[in-house]
Design a protein around this ligand. Structure first.
Ligand SMILES: [Zn+2]
Length: 300
């Protein structure tokens, strides 16, 4: 090997404009059709998906997490608070003057990062949620590994002390609970699988189903010990069986719009995966099962 080659690689890795692989193809094409709402914080991109429904997207970190601000005429729900790398509360309070209640699609670190900034947080009464509400450092730090950030971290962000801060759950949710925002009612659906505390939000009058991490177009993480694949299948079925039929899925990663017709495809893909019909690609000791438009990352 020529001596200059490794040197060249090192130099290229150090160049600030050398983008990590995952962000070279951003923006994803789905965003071209969406209405962008300007916000002052460059860490976030905000899109108006429907009247009173905003997607708050974090495209500069590999999770590409999406939180949702949903408005009624009396109150607002913020469905997830994102990474906690910048201040989502400032963005949300810039979009509405209504009182904001936080609900989490589940309590993985990338969805509860800014919970600590809010005083009204509704959560599931489960030991998994109670444990995650205590905060953690390891999961947050893992979000900053080499190649995870695309572009600039916010000015003043302290990477070495980045952690998921503890938060206080102020109300315990139950399956089927209705949250009346005034002119808009959201139904909480318990959809365990990805985690035991996963919930979807169902705005039946408008056909909107906020799916959290139960479904998004991309690699769906289903390898952690808290994942339960029997529950996952049952919860996908539960979302498929909703009446009236959802007209739009609003997932928690990658893109804020997906086709409800994906749900039966996900169920069938999971059944094929579990019956051994699909040969996985091995990656980092885990298995990826590829399908059209999404894949499953399983422990084996
Ligand atoms: Zn998750």
């Amino acid at each position: 090997m020529h001596l200059a080659t490794p040197l060249l690689f090192i130099l290229m890795a150090l160049l600030p404009n050398q983008k990590p692989e995952w962000c070279r193809n951003l923006p994803r094409p789905e965003y071209n059709k969406l209405k962008r709402v300007p916000v002052p914080d460059p860490w976030f991109e905000v899109y108006r998906i429907r009247p009173g429904v905003f997607a708050i997207y974090e495209p500069h970190q590999q999770e590409e997490v999406i939180s949702y601000l949903v408005l009624g005429n009396k109150q607002a729900v913020l469905f997830d608070t994102g990474m906690g790398i910048s201040d989502i509360r400032k963005v949300a309070t810039g979009l509405t003057k209504l009182p904001i209640t936080v609900l989490n699609s589940h309590t993985h670190n990338d969805h509860v990062g800014d919970n600590w900034r809010f005083s009204a947080i509704y959560g599931m009464d489960l030991s998994f949620s109670r444990q995650n509400a205590k905060g953690s450092t390891a999961d947050a730090q893992a979000e900053l590994t080499a190649g995870s950030i695309c572009g600039e971290l916010p000015a003043g962000f302290a990477a070495t002390s980045y952690a998921t801060r503890p938060f206080h759950i102020t109300h315990w949710l139950h399956d089927g609970e209705k949250i009346d925002l005034g002119v808009r009612v959201l139904t909480v659906l318990s959809v365990p699988g990805h985690t035991p505390d996963s919930i979807a939000l169902w705005d039946s009058a408008n056909g909107l189903l906020f799916t959290g991490d139960m479904y998004y177009p991309g690699t769906i993480w289903l390898y952690r010990p808290e994942t339960d694949l029997d529950a996952y299948e049952a919860s996908i079925k539960k979302m498929m069986d909703l009446k009236p039929r959802p007209t739009l899925l609003l997932p928690a990663h990658n893109v804020p719009v997906a086709d409800p017709a994906d749900l039966p495809r996900v169920l069938s893909a999971m059944q094929q995966t579990r019956s051994g019909k699909i040969k996985p690609v091995k990656s980092d000791g885990k298995s990826i099962y590829e399908f059209q438009g999404f894949s499953f990352l399983l422990s084996k």
